[in-house]
Structure formats: C-alpha cells, structure tokens
Design a binder for this molecule. Sequence first.
Ligand code: ADP
Length: 536
Amino acid sequence: MPTQNLGAMQDWTMRITHVIDHAAREAGGREIVTRWADGSETRTDWAGIHRDAKKMAQALEALGIKPGERVASLAMNHSRHLVSWYGVAGMGGVLHTVNPRLFEDQLEYIVTHAEDRVLFYDAAFQPIVDKMKDRWTTIEHYICYDSGDHARSFEDWIGEHDGEYEWFAGDERDPCMICYTSGTTGNPKGVQYEHRSTVMHALAGLQPAAFNFSSASVMLPVVPMFHAASWGLPYAGAMAGIKFVFSAVNDPAVLHELMLREGVTDSAGVPTVWLAHFQYCDKEGLDLPPLKAATIGGSAAPRFMIERLMKNGTRVQHAWGMTETSPIGTVGGPTWDWEQLSFEEQVDKTAMQGRPVFGVELRTVDLDDMASELPRDGKTSGALQIRGPWIIRRYFKAEQDAVDADGWFDTGDVGILHPDGTLQLTDRTKDVIKSGGEWISSVELENAAVGHEGVAEAACVGMPHPKWDERPVLFVVKNEGADVSEDDIIEHLRPQIAKWWLPDAVEFVDDIPHTATGKISKKDLRDRFSDYKLEG
Ligand code: ADP
C-alpha cells in the first residue's frame, strides 16, 4: 500500500466565514460606526455584523440564489455593505462590487457579463438604478440599503430571518467576490477572488510590514468598498478585531470631524483623497488629524504629501497593487535601516512603492523583448511582472489564462527593483515616453511638477516628434489664483530631472480627464489633443 506522507494537522478550509466568526467571537463588542449620507449615524459591532450576515445569507437563499451565483452592490462604505461582504460569501455567493462612477455602457456590460441576479444599492444611487434598470436584464431583485418609501429596504428584508444559519461549507477555492477593472481600453475585465486567496491576502495585509493592525487600531477607510476590494481592509480589519468608522460620503469636513471624534488611528485612500483633506485643513486653518498611519495607493503618492503626513507624525504606507492582485502587491513602511536614514532619505524611500509582502513575487523584464529578466540594481527599469496565490490566473469567463506558463502576470506597469526589494514604479507601459530610443518616465515628470506650489494637477504624455519619435508634453491645471508660466515650471523641473527629460512644452488646461477610479486618463487626454503637433 502506498504510504500517505501527510502531517498530523487538522483540515481547515480557508473560507472567509472563519474571518467573521473569529471577529464575532474574539472582538464581538468592537464597534463599527457608520455616518450615513443623510447625516445620521449608527453603531453596531462585529457580533452585529456576524448576526446580520447570517440573516442576509438566509434571505438570499430564500430568494433562490445558489452558491457560485453573483449578486451586486452599488454602494459606498457603510456597515450594511460590510454585512454584504460576509453574508453573500457566507451562503456561497459571489459579491460583485460595482463602481457607481463607471459610464453607462460599462455599467451595463459588467452587470450583464457577471449575470448579477440581485442588486443592493444606496438610495443616493437611485438615479443610476432608474436609468439602468431596462438595460440590467439579469437583475431580478433590487434592495435598497437605506429605508425609503419606494424600495424594499435591506433591514426589513434581512429582518424576516432569525440568523440561525450554518455557513455554506464549500471548497476554499470557490469564488467569493468579483471586481471589474475599469478598462481604460476595451471592455472591463472581471477578476474573481477566491475564499482562499482572500484569506491569505488578508493575513498578509495584517502584517507590521503592511497595514500593521492591532486590536487597538481604529480605521476609517476612504478607499471605496467598490474599488479593488477596498484593499482587503474589511477582511484584515475583522481578523485583527479593529474598530471601523465608515462614512458614506467623501466630504473632507465629515471625514475630519469623524477622525477626531472617533479616535481614528488609521486611514487609507488614493492620493486625491489626501489632497482634498489637506486643502480642507488649510482653508479652515486646522491641523491634520493625528493619524498613526496613512495608507496611500492606487496612484503614486507625491513627495510633498508624504513629507507633510510624516511631519504630522503619521507613518505613510505607500502601497502598490491592482484589481488583478487582490490588490496588495507592495507596501512601504519603515525598513530595518530606518533610524539611520535622514528625514529626507526617509521621505525619498517612502515615495517609492514599498516592498512585496510575503506571498508576492516580483520581477522586471526588458521592455523591448518582454522576456529577459532584469537585475534588481536600483537602476534598470523594465516591465513589472508578479505572481502569487492572490494574483489573477484568468479573467472571469476568459478562454485563456492571463499569465505565462510560470504564472507571471504582466502588470502593465514599468518599474525598478532595488537591492533591498523596494519597488520604484516609474510608469505604465502604455504611457512611458520613448525619446530617441531612450525611455522617459511620465510619472516622474508629473510628480516633480506637482511639487510646484502653483500646480494643482499635472499629466505628462508623449507627443509624436519628427526627430525623437516622442517628446514629453506636460499638461498642467493651475491652483486657483496661481500665477505660473511655462518658464516657471521648466525652471522648477530643471534641477530635479535629466536635461533631456525636460518637457518640450507645458500646456495650461482647465481640467485633466479622470477614469472612474479617479486616476488621470491619459487615453482621454491623448484623444483630446490628437491633433497636437511638436515642431522638429
Ligand atoms: P483601475 O483603477 O484601472 O480599476 P486598479 O485600481 O487595479 O485599476 O489600478 C492599478 C494600477 O494603478 C496599477 O497597475 C498602477 O499603474 C497604479 N498604481 C497603483 N498603486 C500605485 C502606486 N502606489 N504608485 C503608482 N501607481 C500605482
């Protein structure tokens, strides 16, 4: 008889129901606060989220939803959305968190592509529901998170059940959530997370080298629950039993007041969120909130932002990732040599994207052949590739894997790997500017430009050039009332970058187009300036 060389440990299916069971059991009384869009506030706790998630699981079964099927949410951050994260997965369903800022065609595409059968939505998004209802042919039930006259309300709907429910016992490789990429080219693509990948990702997120959570943490996530699984915070937070403070509106005045009143220690958001907070504090003459840690990701955190937060005593966790990577890839925080670095050096290091957490492997390959692996020398930039247990293998309903035979997924990002593991992102493969056979990083130019006090936002694109192939042109939105000229910007850039990187032109514009996730849309910018000509 063949001997089975098994160890002597227990089977424990890595399903996320363990996460919410743990939070309810070990941190049941830890608060979950929600500030709703109408200004009202509610308080529940992990035990309450657990109970309501079980009721929701029962209610979904009563609607005839089967394990593996998708239901959607169109909602901001609040406790009922959190209940849905656990309730849907708890009955074996797959929650599709829809980004309300997508264009109508994208909204139609993703909901029908995912074959969502139920839609949970905030009353604030009623106009979207009204507009899309006829096009969302797969949706059979609409349930509103808020109570109202016209809609079936979430609380009433789950209130019909008693919460006496055994979680659905499926496989750890079953799906539990699906997020679509915003699709800057072509249709959005679905990334289906598994229970196992989600649990492992959340464990990684807890680490001191990542979110650094403890039971004393009080987190106000500004990153929306519909964007890249809110960076896994709702799962990692449950594992650590932290207090959550949610706001269904992103008004900096509301966030600021909540942060002070609720003793918030941690927050997370894209750079524009932090920028809005700075502007609010400056306008009102207020200090920044006394946060212990700020996670910034989704696009590069500018140096001045990092510096200001660090001077405020806030640890900056500059993170890189994407929907396809669950999304944690790398996170920045103090490294072993932190105390030996000067403040300036610490800021410089934090301006890079941090180091891979355990479970994630990174490499860079040559941009021209997309195959030869490059040295981790802190100098050579190349196409960034990633693999690991919470990295995509295949897009939802795709015929083929999205990775090569060794599991490497091409991120579409361009970066430099440093000898200590730090990732320095320099561009997107599509945006990097090729001038005379050499690469120029559009992102570095933008970051340098926004350091000028008169610049509110900057975007750099490569424009066709008769001699050099492409040359950088910088589009700049001025700060209100600022008096800056092209020369001012060029002089500001000159000491910061190589001479041949200096933009051939600086164009002042009223606005820069953004994607549904709030990032600069270079594609739209290029379309807008498709007739642009540079002289040879
Ligand atoms: P989308 O916003 O298009 O839905 P994602 O949120 O998945 O997609 O975006 C992922 C991309 O965002 C990354 O590939 C990278 O280009 C960019 N990004 C994320 N974090 C950072 C960061 N810290 N610095 C620079 N770029 C970042």
